[in-house]
Design a binder for this molecule. Structure first.
Ligand code: NAD
Ligand code: DAU
Length: 356
């Protein structure tokens, strides 16, 4: 049994990782999360009473608090997911992205290095720092080709530039100080507990309430979609078996244009929620995202070949499950969209969730 310190465990992907650790392994988890607008403890109610789960409301930029967490919990590994994650927000306000994604990663690396240096030889050798990153660091593809682990970095948005910076810091802490790191770069995730500012949950919820479905530009930008639980399984595998200093690309081999994604959601809703069909009448073309990357596509051969990972979900089954989840989990949706969540955190923990 190991103790894993997960940063950003109240977010979309982090909460899937935490639920898997508690439900499917004997490991314990310390969830370090600031609870920004994107952090939601209601995504963890199914595991939060488990004695192997602990929560620390901590900002990763707060060096003293991060050091305290290491001292008190003595983790065997770190999985670093905490980040500002939304590209559109990074365009309208990049400051939080620079602070959390770059300075926060630096702070966490330094705390990890200090803690790791003081471990005994066996624990020091077994320690891992797993940095979770994105395919957006590679920039944008044309009509053909894939991102491999050797693709040069060409980040285009403030978000992807901040993530690229964090990847470089992690690489340098390995090269210079010998910190035992692994890095993963993943494509677009989708699934339950996704904050409804991102394309798929936004479109599901807007369609159900008869609101416009905004499509940027012509809807012909391409993303490579991966079901979030498949990503979480890949992350656990890389933590356990990844080679130190290596990078692994993770993707679903599921390229779709944004219009195809939105049409598929509309078709599923026509069947499951016929009272407001046809949903595709709500499709509305809006101004394009500035600097909008045209196409992402991950070559996931390395993680398949070296670690034996492959996704379990295909896009059709995963999307249907996701739509069903949003239709069934109206309380969770109401919580994240109504502000009621802020009151719940205040009552539960005596501290408010961080400002948007
Ligand atoms: P998310 O926005 O849903 O969650 C981020 C979490 O980090 C939230 O719980 C938030 O409260 C927390 N957080 C933010 N700033 C913090 C700080 N200063 N200190 C402590 N906690 C803080 O993000 P996500 O979609 O779950 O993404 C998780 C990670 O995976 C990110 O690093 C992101 O770059 C990466 N990633 C995401 C995707 C995707 O499609 N969502 C794909 C590839 C990689
Ligand atoms: O590729 C991995 C990245 O995927 C992650 O690193 C990011 O954290 C994650 O947010 C995601 O970034 P995207 O910008 O690709 O995701 P988003 O859901 O914001 O947008 C998906 C596509 O849909 C993109 O081409 C923009 C478009 N879009 C988005 C929204 C919110 C629309 O057309 N309309 C919308 O309303």
């Amino acid at each position: 049994m190991k103790k894993i310190l997960v940063t950003g465990g109240a977010g979309f992907i982090g909460s899937a990782v935490v639920r898997q650790f508690i439900n499917d392994t004997d490991h314990s988890v310390v969830n370090v999360d600031k609870l920004t607008y994107a952090g939601n403890l209601q995504s963890l109610v199914s595991v939060s009473d488990d004695p192997r789960y602990r929560f620390e409301q901590v900002d990763i930029c707060d060096a003293a608090e991060v050091a305290r967490v290491f001292r008190e919990h003595q983790p065997d590994a770190v999985m670093h997911l905490a980040a500002e994650s939304h590209v559109d927000r990074s365009i309208s306000g990049p400051a939080d992205f620079i602070t959390t994604n770059i300075f926060g990663t630096y702070t966490l690396l330094e705390a990890s290095r200090a803690y790791w240096s003081g471990l005994d030889a066996a624990r020091k050798a077994a320690f891992r720092f797993h940095h979770i990153s994105t395919d957006e660091v590679y920039g944008s593809l044309g009509d053909s080709g894939f991102f491999t682990e050797e693709t040069a970095y060409e980040p285009n948005s403030p978000y992807s530039a901040s993530k690229a910076s964090s990847d470089h810091l992690v690489r340098a802490w390995h090269h210079t100080y010998g910190l035992p790191v692994v890095t993963t770069n993943c494509s677009n995730n989708y699934g339950p507990y996704h904050f409804p500012e991102k394309l798929i949950p936004l479109v599901i919820l807007n369609a159900v309430s008869g609101k416009p479905l905004p499509i940027y530009g012509k809807g012909d930008n391409i993303r490579d979609w991966l079901y979030v639980d498949d990503h979480a399984r890949a992350l656990r595998l890389v933590l356990e078996r990844g080679q130190l200093g290596e990078t692994y690309n993770i993707g679903g081999w599921n390229e779709k244009t944004n219009l195809e994604v939105v049409q598929s959601i509309c078709a599923i809703l026509d069947e499951l929620h016929p009272q407001s069909a046809p949903h595709n009448k709500l499709i509305t073309y809006v101004a394009d995202r500035p600097g909008h990357d045209k196409r992402y596509a991950i070559d996931a051969n390395k993680i398949a070949r070296d670690l034996g990972w492959k996704p379990q979900e295909n896009f059709e089954s995963g999307l249907r499950k996701t739509v069903e989840w949003y239709l069934q989990n109206t309380e969770w949706v109401r919580g994240v969209t109504s502000g009621e969540y802020q009151n719940w955190v205040q009552k539960q923990y005596g501290v408010p969730s961080a400002e948007c």
